[in-house]
Design a protein around this ligand. Structure first.
Ligand code: ADP
Ligand code: MG
Length: 254
């Protein structure tokens, strides 16, 4: 087992809700090792977004402990250990692709390196679109801009919450393949939330299956498919069996 980058212990999150409260997560435990690609799957409302937001210090836990690179999530966020990619790419409409990607660097007051931006654009296969505006891009292209932007300050951990949730099936398959190429060439640790089991199996080294609310980690499935993954593999019986195995875990939830 490699070096542990993210460790979550006995994590709980309770949201106030009117007079009562909602227990979103309870006793969540998981470890993610360096350069691992893990996915979190589970029924809608089980707390996937809550979990990834807790790891990335966008909200605070009610109980339990998280360590990222041996630090608190708050320290890790301040050290720019996290890149965030959400379902909505949130691009500035008046900024070009390049300008959107370089935004975090401006915010952090770092010098603009145009070569680096060019490299990032090439990495996400958007060369030729440097000066395009978001409205000129397809949904898939917008999400690639969001990925390049998240990578611009070289975070060690990429947190992705259903980044391709609004994208049609075929485009999504291609984006999945491109994401793996990006991961293979940049070597980051990726935590990827999805409700698509086939997507999770295609991408991941390991899949955490959550129970319905209050969310807990029900199982931790190692994806024994060789790398690099290819779209062809999606037709194999091994792939189908893994998808079915995870579906079965989710069914037992009910
Ligand atoms: N800010 C919030 N205030 C109150 N309840 C919330 C808040 N965020 C999430 N919840 C509740 O916590 C549960 C888990 O939500 P979420 O993490 O978004 O689930 P998922 O991403 O798996 O669909 C849901 O019941 C949701 O309504
Ligand atoms: Mg969610």
């Amino acid at each position: 087992m490699g070096q542990i980058i993210i460790s979550v212990r006995n994590l709980g999150k309770i949201f106030p809700s009117g007079q009562s409260s909602i227990v979103a997560l309870e006793h969540v435990n998981l470890d993610v090792t360096k350069n691992e690609f893990v996915s979190i799957v589970g029924p809608s409302g089980c707390g996937k977004t809550t979990l990834i937001r807790l790891i990335g210090d966008l909200i605070k836990p009610s109980s339990g402990k998280i360590l990222v690179n041996g630090k608190s999530p708050e320290k890790a966020r301040k050290d720019r250990d996290f890149g965030y990619v959400f379902q909505d790419p949130v691009l500035f409409p008046w900024r070009t692709v390049s300008q959107n990607i370089q935004l975090p660097k401006e915010v952090f007051n770092q010098k603009e390196e145009s070569n680096r931006i060019k490299e990032l654009i090439k990495l996400v296969v958007l060369s030729g679109f440097e000066n395009s505006l978001p409205r000129e891009l397809s949904a898939g292209m917008k999400s690639k801009v969001a990925i390049a932007r998240a990578l611009s300050y070289q975070p060690s951990v990429l947190l992705m919450d259903e980044p391709f949730g609004n994208i049609d099936e075929l485009t999504r398959e291609n984006l999945n393949a491109e994401l793996l190429k990006i991961w293979e060439s940049t070597k980051r640790t990726i935590v990827f939330v999805t409700h698509s089991i086939p997507e999770a199996v295609f991408l991941s080294d390991r899949i955490f299956v959550m129970t319905s609310r209050p969310g807990r980690i029900k199982s931790d499935v190692q994806v024994e498919l060789e790398r690099p993954r290819t779209l062809e593999m999606r037709k194999s019986s091994k792939y189908a069996m893994l998808v079915e195995e995870i579906r079965e875990f989710l069914r037992e939830n009910q």
